[in-house]
Design a protein around this ligand. Structure first.
Ligand code: ATP
Ligand code: MG
Ligand code: MG
Ligand code: MG
Length: 479
């Protein structure tokens, strides 16, 4: 099944169960002081769960563009390393606002996966909340009893509070959840390990695909739980992961969501996916990140030096760096992928088509400017290496490169390692701390040269930019 068909099948299925299908809300949030990006399907519906907004449609289904690169959900470091975490991904969801509850949510999830998608039930596992003494919560036997109508009991596993009790935040609606996992290990792999014990562990081929959250409590300010007057269902399924299962692949990157982008990178960079792990990571990073950046720009968020714009700039630079280091791409090229991406996803997300030129031009300019920085930095790093009598490079020198020239510190470490040198990280961190202290002191006296995102918040330092202008800008954001 093509991924576009999978998406429509999901929406069609829930439509047939009397859900209203709604379009994805924006991925970039403009008016939420607690969140920069939509990181789960429930975000646009937060106010319904909190009881702040009147419920007009009790059943809703959608696919939501999500980005998990900051805050509580930050998967950035995983992306490229594994084969199923993305920065930007689609979360398929069905919702009940005070309407149906566990029985239907479980029955329909099962019907969709095994009936419509025809997934073999012998590769499915589910988890239920095991209970928690500190909150005086019992095991979710309700969910257990509904599940056992569909699946063998030895495939229903207990999960702890961390994985199987969902909370929006310190306070507010919360409740137990049930996750559905798919075991796509080969028969050979399975024989080597004992099947069920692998669920929830980090085996790359035992993957969580769907999370069904049953919102039935409210966490009060004093930390205690009370029953909600209405019970809600909030589900989220990773679209790319579902595509992996249905297309019989072992990696999201081998599905038609990613292969057109990967083929394009291979052609442009004259490289081959699937031969060398380092190259593969780079190709995965690039084909993932171009999506995050393109969708953000389509939502109106350009790369910049502050806030959400800075997060986007860093994602794009991560992609550029991986290309530069592992694919030897010295000219802008990521912008060329926008054409392919638009062809592939423009029907489902027309904003891509509409903003294609802008997206292309912005990415191209960003690439050109960051590649110049990398070039300059490399020359300087080469000098440092040549002049060093020791195998360890001082943290102060690396800091200068980072601070004055904007050369990424992880790239410095990587190059040093490859050349048989090491970096004195302790010294680097001391310099970084000194710089932070100086910046903080300076912001107290004069703010003219500084850009401060949130003036009254706990400050978290997120880096410097000195690239084009050599005027130092320090960025803070709310934690
Ligand atoms: P995981 O444990 O794999 O990190 P999660 O428990 O953090 O996933 P949820 O918050 O439950 O994920 O989100 C619902 C679904 O969204 C998951 O079951 C998964 O299929 C999908 N998903 C979550 N994070 C990502 C990601 N970074 N990339 C792609 N899909 C994701
Ligand atoms: Mg996660
Ligand atoms: Mg999980
Ligand atoms: Mg989950």
């Amino acid at each position: 099944m093509k991924s576009s068909e999978i998406r429509s099948q999901f929406l069609q299925f829930f439509k047939s169960k009397a859900h209203k299908v709604v379009p994805s809300a924006p991925m970039v949030l403009k008016n939420d002081p607690t969140l920069m990006f939509t990181n789960a399907g429930m975000v646009p519906f937060k106010e319904y769960f909190l009881g702040n907004k009147e419920i007009k449609e009790p059943r809703v289904a959608d696919t939501q563009k999500c980005l998990r690169v900051s805050g509580k959900h930050n998967d950035l470091e995983e992306v490229g390393m594994d084969t199923y975490h993305h920065t930007m991904f689609e979360m398929l969801g069905n919702w009940s606002f005070g309407d149906y509850f566990k029985e239907e949510a479980i029955a329909w999830a099962w019907e969709f996966l095994t009936g419509i998608c025809k997934i073999d039930k012998d590769i499915l596992y589910v988890t239920i909340f095991e209970g928690d003494a500190s909150d005086d919560l019992d095991r979710d036997t309700e969910a257990y009893n509904f599940w056992k109508q569909h699946i063998a009991e030895d495939r229903i596993l207990n999960g702890n509070k961390k994985d199987n009790f969902w909370e929006m935040g310190e306070q507010g609606p919360c409740g137990p959840c049930s996750e559905i996992h798919v075991d796509i290990r080969s028969a050979e792999e399975k024989a080597k390990a004992s099947g069920a014990s692998l669920v929830n562990q980090d085996h790359p081929q035992v993957v969580e695909i769907w999370n069904l959250v049953f919102m039935q409590f409210n966490r009060k300010a004093d930390g205690t739980l009370e029953k909600l007057p209405a019970q809600h269902v909030d589900t989220g399924m990773g679209f790319e992961r579902l595509a992996m299962v249905l297309q019989g692949k072992q990696s999201n990157y081998d599905t038609d969501v990613f292969t057109p982008l990967i083929r394009e990178v291979e052609a442009i960079a004259n490289s081959k996916y699937g031969k060398d792990e380092k190259v593969d990571v780079a190709i995965r990073v690039i084909s993932d990140h171009v999506r995050a950046v393109a969708f953000s720009i389509a939502d109106g968020q350009l790369p910049s030096n502050t806030g959400a714009g800075y997060v986007i700039r860093r994602i794009l630079r991560r992609a550029i760096r991986y290309g530069f280091t592992f694919l030897s791409t010295k000219e802008p090229f990521i912008y060329k992928l926008v054409e392919t991406l638009t062809k592939q996803m423009g029907d489902a997300f027309p904003e891509l088509k509409k903003e294609k030129n802008l997206i292309t031009n912005v990415i191209k300019e960003e690439e050109a400017s960051f590649l110049r920085t990398l070039d300059q930095g490399l020359v300087l790093l080469e000098n440092i290496i040549e002049q060093s009598n020791e195998k360890e490079i001082s943290g102060a020198k690396a800091f200068e490169l980072y601070d004055t020239f904007g050369f990424p510190i992880d790239l410095t470490s990587l190059i040093l390692r490859e050349r048989g040198f090491s970096l004195n990280e302790e010294e680097f961190n001391v310099e970084l701390q000194k710089q932070k202290d100086r910046s903080r002191a300076a912001t107290k006296v004069a703010t003219g040269d500084w850009v401060i995102l949130q003036d009254d918040a706990v400050e978290e330092f997120i880096g410097y930019d000195t690239l084009e202008t050599n005027v130092k800008i320090t960025r803070y954001r709310k934690t």
